[in-house]
Design a protein around this ligand. Sequence first.
Ligand SMILES: [Zn+2]
Length: 89
Amino acid sequence: MEAEQFIGAKSGKVRYRFAISEAEYMEIHDDGAGACIACGEEASGVEPDARRYECEACGERKVYGLEELLIMGYVTISETRDMKAAGVK
Ligand SMILES: [Zn+2]
């Protein structure tokens, strides 16, 4: 996953959102993938619908499971990255 910084509209704090390819999503989905929206650190071994887990990197309770991030709009699945990786122009 690629983390991208932005300023949260409600909180006014720095948050992270993530871009991921469809292939990568399928790959990490079953591994209990998740991520921290406060520092951008990826997590593993969390439930897909995990919410507000404590982040091992920054200590904030901002770790969410992959599916939860998707629902919240923090993850964008892109197919174009796959095409780039495959050398399609
Ligand atoms: Zn964190």
